[in-house]
Design a protein around this ligand. Structure first.
Ligand code: SAH
Length: 252
């Protein structure tokens, strides 16, 4: 055997040895189905967990089931994409816990015909879940890098009814409104007035609200000129930034 052939054979033997030592889901192309199966199983387990935690709306569960969360997390967290936890994403932000995404989505009570406004696109995961339950989703992200990355991700994954823009969600998206429902996925000291005014009469606005040292999930509705608020327990979110934090709350 020539020296080159020997080196090639040794290399092949080494590669075969190495490949079999790597778990199936880390191998390339030929093993993609194994990896997809693994994600499918983990997703089914997560759905059972959400049911056990009290999520009853089958449409919401179905919408979560349809979104590949592994595509929305950082590569190093892909194997934990279906653990019921919040995870870090780029720019020091987080993708919300699936249970909280499910709870907030359930509170919006969508029928499929709505135009929804989301503040805090983050990874785009919540927007993708909403995309399966509403007609159009408008999502605003204050971090320009995250906005661009998530807009591209959502487009790549085929979510044609999600529209992302970079900006301060405090000001809403006047041209696209009025909205049937609003969701804010960052915690704020009060309900941003402009978002309430871009919401149709009676429509829900779901958000985490700072109350003393805690954060409470609330649903607000504007009924006959009055804002009615319902509370749904404690949550933990990253803060809403921008104009809502300035003394006048109006920006500069
Ligand atoms: N919904 C996201 C998680 C959101 S984390 C997901 O599914 O992944 C909260 C996001 O709100 C962060 O990305 C943060 O940058 C953004 N944010 C904070 N303040 C904001 C503001 N004033 N306007 C728009 N986005 C804001």
């Amino acid at each position: 055997m020539s020296r080159l052939a020997h080196v090639k054979n040794t290399l092949t033997a080494f590669l075969i040895g190495t490949l079999s030592a790597i778990p199936a889901c880390h191998r390339d192309s030929a093993d993609r189905p194994a990896m997809a199966d693994e994600f499918d199983r983990a997703r089914s387990r997560l759905l059972e967990e959400l049911r056990a935690e009290g999520i009853r709306d089958e449409r919401v569960l179905h919408a979560l089931e349809a979104v590949p969360r592994q595509e929305f997390v950082l590569p190093e967290y892909r194997s934990r994409a279906y653990v019921n936890n919040a995870l870090p994403i780029a720019q020091g932000q987080t993708i919300s816990q699936p249970l909280v995404v499910a709870m907030m989505t359930e509170l919006l009570d969508l029928k499929g015909t709505e135009r929804v406004l989301e503040i805090g696109t983050g990874s785009g995961y919540q927007a993708a879940v909403l995309a399966g339950l509403a007609r159009e989703v408008y999502s605003i992200e204050i971090d320009a890098h995250l906005a661009a990355e998530s807009a591209q991700r959502l487009q790549r994954l085929g979510y044609a009814n999600v529209h992302v823009k970079a900006g301060d969600g405090f000001f809403g998206w006047e041209e696209a409104g009025p909205f049937d429902a609003v969701i804010i996925t960052a915690v704020a000291p009060r309900i941003p007035e402009r978002l309430m005014s871009q919401l149709k009469e009676g429509g829900p606005l779901v958000m985490p609200l700072e109350e003393g040292f805690s954060e409470v999930l609330v649903r607000a509705r504007k009924v006959a000129g009055q804002v009615k608020i319902e509370r749904f327990g404690e949550v933990a979110f990253v803060p809403m930034r921008g104009a809502i934090r300035t003394p006048t709350g109006q920006g500069h």
